[in-house]
Design a binder for this molecule. Structure first.
Ligand SMILES: Cc1ncc(COP(=O)(O)O)c(C=O)c1O
Length: 412
């Protein structure tokens, strides 16, 4: 078992500490999770993960987003393996590059063109380069607490960066039209872009959908200022609406950054944009040794195809709704005050009077013992592979988790 010092996980952690700074860097470091969470995994299939010791979990993190259709989805894997047999990283892209570009432009409503990268940070960074190239301006407005990646301009931890890296970033409060306007006034004629996630999904606080008034204000402000409205779809992409997360609001961005789920776990990111920004996008120099690799593009093509054919978003909404309703009923029945916020397909469960997320940690640690991998303060993710039966099993674990919270902290 993971807590057992004789476990494979413990042995791997010990070996990693010798050869990797801190044993593991970044958001995947299990030290940031409640005790008992494994650091290492051996495989995933559908909505299940096996840790290094062979313990199996129903997974509600989906590799922090990339698992959209199920780990090892047969069609995605077949497409990736067929391309891998031919070649991945070559002197230039394969035909998959053009085929995927066509499919992306057909799928995302605002998109007239696409550029491919590997990680979400690549995509947000390139999107801002395009905005700056197009406008010849420097200032970017971004919401307080929003996460847009781990490059020096956006990493939430300042170690190893300079204040100058963020010198042209101006912050505002999400969903606050006045705050956005004040930030725009501060940028003045130097405003290049407004960078927004489609909804507020900051760590450890309730999620918040964008209000129509806020989305409209952001769109209007950018249009009037001749700046780019950039949506960071890295976390949300394909889960809320296949054509783009703000399509239901009727608001179209100028640029979008995508990654995580778009190739169902294969490394792929993209920036999409409108015709008005095409020239600027063609003028910047941006590249990466692996960005044109054919395998992830073959996987991306299969992912879009399956997502469309199998009614992905409707499925996520249905099972997400079942999960949310089940947890709400359990919490009410047990007299434990929980808050569930944001879209049901990206669940977040927080507890009242839990400033240090201790109730959340008790809840998720108990659920983990019951074979369900949740997160105590980050939004979770559902996939096409989660079935009603999986949700029913998961709800047995959440019930045990809620009982543990009541036992340790009392009702309320
Ligand atoms: C909204 C958002 N933008 C950007 C990123 C950065 O993506 P990556 O970690 O692939 O660089 C993330 C990653 O979690 C994200 O959630």
């Amino acid at each position: 078992m993971y807590q057992d010092t004789n476990s494979t996980d413990a042995a791997l952690r010990q070996r990693a500490r010798r050869v990797v700074p801190g044993g593991m860097t970044g958001h995947l470091n299990a030290a940031a999770l409640p005790p008992g969470y494994p650091q290492f995994f051996q495989r995933g299939e559908g909505c299940r993960l096996w840790d290094a010791d062979g313990q199996v979990y129903i997974d509600f993190m989906c590799a922090w987003g990339p698992n959209l259709l199920g780990y090892q989805h047969p069609e995605v894997q077949a497409a990736a393996q067929a391309q891998a047999a031919l070649g991945d990283c070559l002197n230039g892209p394969t035909a998959r590059f053009v085929e995927l570009a066509e499919a992306v432009v057909d799928t995302f409503a605002h998109a007239d063109w696409v550029m491919f990268q590997k990680n979400g940070t690549d995509a947000t960074t390139v999107a801002l380069m395009v905005a700056r190239a197009a406008t010849g301006r420097r200032k970017v407005l971004a919401a307080h607490g929003s996460y847009h990646g781990a490059a020096p301009w956006c990493t939430p931890v300042a170690h190893g960066t300079t204040a100058e890296d963020r010198a042209h970033l101006i912050r505002f409060r999400y969903n606050d039209v006045d705050s956005l306007a004040a930030a725009a006034a501060e940028a003045g004629p130097d405003l290049a872009a407004v960078l927004l996630s489609p909804f507020r999904h900051d760590l450890g606080i309730d999620q918040e959908l964008a209000t129509p008034a806020f989305a409209q204000a952001a769109r209007r402000l950018c249009t009037e200022a001749g700046a780019a409205l950039v949506l960071d779809e890295v976390r949300t992409g394909l889960r809320l609406h296949l054509a783009g997360s703000w399509e239901p609001l009727g608001i179209r961005p100028d640029l979008c950054a995508w990654s995580k789920a778009i190739a169902n776990g294969h490394a792929l990111a993209s920036v999409t944009g409108t015709d008005a920004l095409r020239d600027a996008a063609g003028r910047i120099f941006t590249t990466g040794s692996f960005w044109a690799g054919g395998v992830a593009m073959a996987a991306g093509l299969a992912t879009l195809e399956v997502a469309r054919r199998d009614g992905l978003v409707a499925h996520l909404e249905r099972i997400g709704g079942l999960f949310r309703q089940g947890v709400a009923e359990q919490a009410t029945g047990l007299g434990v005050a929980v808050r569930q916020s944001g879209p049901v397909q990206m669940p977040l469960i927080l507890f009242d009077e839990d400033p240090a997320w201790e109730k959340g940690a008790t809840f998720t640690a108990e659920a983990l013992r019951c074979g369900v991998y949740l997160h105590h303060k980050h939004n979770m993710f559902l996939s096409l592979a989660h079935t009603e039966a999986d949700i029913a099993v998961a709800l047995r674990a959440t019930e045990a988790g809620l009982r543990a919270v009541r036992q340790r902290f009392g009702a309320g």
